[in-house]
Design a protein around this ligand. Structure first.
Ligand code: PAF
Length: 286
């Protein structure tokens, strides 16, 4: 597995592969990898001849009081996991190469970045869209794979790709879960033992929403209340929001019709960890 740190070298690597008709499947990450990330590599390999992952903790997507400094970093371990998963190349640029001193260009995706997580993390999706566009321009992927846990991120990237006429196919991969249902996340490493146990309540709530939907309930408020009730059974998991929104526009819906995202964000009371999760409610024929 090749490890590249220079953007120019990464672009040269990708151009060589593309000239040889070898398609590139890209998995952007911030490292501290878990099985969920490795499942994205699997998908990239299934769709493309060459799998590239990036490891870059992107300062532009963290707010001033967020966890940029303490975000888990495990480069050697991550490279071992990626190699074992069949990744062909890791791109791990330095912050100064991505954002030199005179850096001044940012991508704003309007309309869908100020709700849900965007409401409590101003500027977060501007940072995500900016780095993802930069990574796309350096790695030149045919397809890029993102985890569906970050449903708003996937919606923002799809919108950016459409609005800016980018030639990258976006693949959303299913959420990888731990045995108790907790969605896998690099930030789960922050959880105390008690919080980790109680965090299963988030998926328990979402699973109840699927049950209610399958039993015929189409009322968003009833479904949101049921998710909240389940989460509130725990003493350390505090809901930030539980929303029912259209999967594309991310606008709230009163009635579950078509495809609706039930999205949850919580904060834990001991370690202050922010956890997100979601399910999509949709008719079996959709
Ligand atoms: O989902 C993530 O890990 C990050 O937001 C991403 C897409 C790698 C951009 O920094």
């Amino acid at each position: 597995m090749k490890i590249i740190t220079s953007p120019a070298e990464m672009k040269a690597f990708s151009l060589t592969h593309r000239r040889n008709s070898n398609s590139i499947g890209f998995v952007p990450t911030m490292g501290a990898l878990h099985e969920g990330h490795l499942s994205l590599i699997d998908i990239a390999r299934k769709h493309c001849g060459c799998a590239v992952a990036s490891i870059f903790v992107n300062p532009a997507q963290f707010g001033p009081n967020e966890d940029f400094a303490k975000y888990p970093r495990a480069f050697e371990r991550d490279c071992g996991l990626l190699e074992a998963a069949g990744c062909d190349c890791v791109f791990a640029p330095a912050v100064g190469d991505m954002y030199p001193d005179n850096y001044g260009t940012y991508v704003n995706v309007d309309g869908i970045t100020d709700t849900l997580c965007g409401a409590s993390r101003p500027g977060h999706f501007r940072g995500v869209a900016t780095v993802v566009l930069k990574l796309f321009n350096i790695v030149l992927p045919d397809a890029a794979v993102f985890g569906s846990k970050d449903a708003q991120q996937v919606a923002v990237i799809r919108r950016m790709v459409e609005d800016l006429n980018l030639s990258v196919r976006i693949i959303a991969a299913p959420i990888a879960r731990e045995a108790g249902g907790l969605a896998m996340s690099s930030r789960n490493a922050y959880l105390t033992i008690g919080e980790r146990r109680e965090a299963a309540a988030i998926y328990a709530g979402l699973a109840k929403s699927v049950e209610m939907y399958n039993d015929g309930c189409r009322d968003s408020q009833q479904i949101k209340n049921c998710v909240l009730t389940e989460i509130n059974r725990s003493s350390t998991i505090k809901p930030e929001y539980v929303e029912a929104v259209d999967t594309k526009s991310l606008q709230p819906v009163d009635k579950i019709d078509g495809q609706v995202l039930i999205a949850v964000a919580c904060r834990t009371s001991e370690s202050g960890t922010r956890l997100i999760d979601n399910v999509v409610l949709k008719d079996k024929n959709l």
